[in-house]
Write a protein that binds this ligand. Structure first.
Ligand code: NAD
Length: 309
């Protein structure tokens, strides 16, 4: 059992993975940040004569994520130097480096099959005793554990950070029946002492605690907006400053979270909850499906309910 965590690996260099890497690096950890290998070249890579086998292309997604972290406002890094503690790589060539990690955290796309496949590929490369965790918004932690060999399951649990992780204090820690209670207390204490989080231990139910309430609230608001003929600005005004929130509890939040991520979470939850009223509420209105078709996934696409300028 680890006594502290010095080196972490974050799998998935998207919105959350990159910002979690920034948080960990800002708290003094060395971080390996890995993402998938791109299957096509950018125009710039073509112009420079690079090929798909070039290491710079293979690790492009994580490299770009670190560059983005340096530019993001508000800053996800506590200091500019913290970015130097993040090493970008990819999920094919760099898996052997996971044996150096004390903690491997996944933050890849919200799809159970993808996460299980990833854990199967990761398992042969980690040392016994390495903490393994998922940042899923609400997929079953136990179902992910099934993809791991029995000897690694006592060290596997959910660690659900909230967006943006530098600023939001809550961390939900979700054990499975196989998680060693000592691992749970170690993660709770490390996250509190070193990462400055307020930890809540949650049961492995669909969407855990905060998102079960939050996703329902967002979905109900989306349908109510259409029913009452309200506009985006009106809803944001009502659910924002008037409710004591600095910006908005609805559309700006959806743009920040990502409409694709929200849709994954709403659909996954809808498939797993028993209450018909909750299932009805989680059905996405047609205009969300249309926005997804157009690729308007929020801030990360430059266009969601608002344009990102
Ligand atoms: P994102 O879309 O920004 O990033 C997902 C990453 O997964 C991308 O970098 C992508 O390249 C990678 N990926 C895609 N297919 C893959 C595959 N087959 N194998 C491995 N990696 C693959 O998403 P995100 O918002 O960072 O969400 C990541 C995780 O964190 C999800 O489980 C999500 O539910 C959870 N989460 C998101 C938020 C939020 O506000 N967005 C908050 C808390 C938790």
């Amino acid at each position: 059992m680890a006594t502290t965590i010095r080196r972490a690996a974050v799998l998935g260099a998207g919105l959350m993975g990159s910002q979690i890497a920034a948080l960990l690096a800002s708290c003094g950890l060395e971080v390996l940040l890995l993402d998938i290998v791109p299957d096509s070249l950018t125009p710039e890579e073509q112009r420079r004569g690079l090929t798909l086998s070039d290491p710079r292309v293979r690790s492009r997604l994580a490299t770009q994520a670190v560059e983005r972290l340096r530019r993001m406002k508000p800053p996800p890094l506590f200091t500019a130097e913290a970015a130097d503690r993040i090493t970008p790589g990819n999920l094919e060539d760099d898996l052997p480096r996971l044996r150096e990690a004390d903690w491997v955290l996944e933050a890849v796309v919200e799809d159970l099959g993808v996460k299980q496949d990833l854990w199967r590929r990761v398992a042969p490369h980690v040392q016994p005793g390495t903490v393994l965790s998922s940042n899923t918004s609400g997929l079953s932690i136990a179902a992910q554990a099934e993809a791991l060999p029995a000897e690694l399951r006592p060290h596997f649990l959910g660690t659900h950070f909230f967006n943006p992780p530098r600023y939001l204090k809550l961390l939900e820690v979700i054990p499975t029946p196989d998680t060693d209670p000592e691992v749970v207390s170690f993660v709770r204490s490390f996250a509190t002492r070193v990462l400055g989080k307020g930890v809540v231990i949650a049961r492995d139910t669909p969407n855990f605690i905060a998102n079960r309430i939050g996703t329902y609230g967002l979905a109900v608001t989306l349908r109510a907006m259409a029913r009452f003929g309200l506009g985006v600005d009106e809803v944001d005004a009502i659910t924002g400053p008037a409710m004591g929130r600095p910006k908005s509890a609805t559309f700006r939040t959806l743009d920040l979270v990502g409409l694709d991520v929200f849709a994954h979470v709403a659909r996954n939850t809808r498939a797993r909850v028993a209450d018909p009223a909750e299932r009805d509420a989680l059905e996405l209105p047609p205009y969300i499906e249309e926005m997804l078709r157009r690729g308007w996934t929020g801030d990360k696409a430059g266009q969601g309910f608002f344009k990102k300028v």
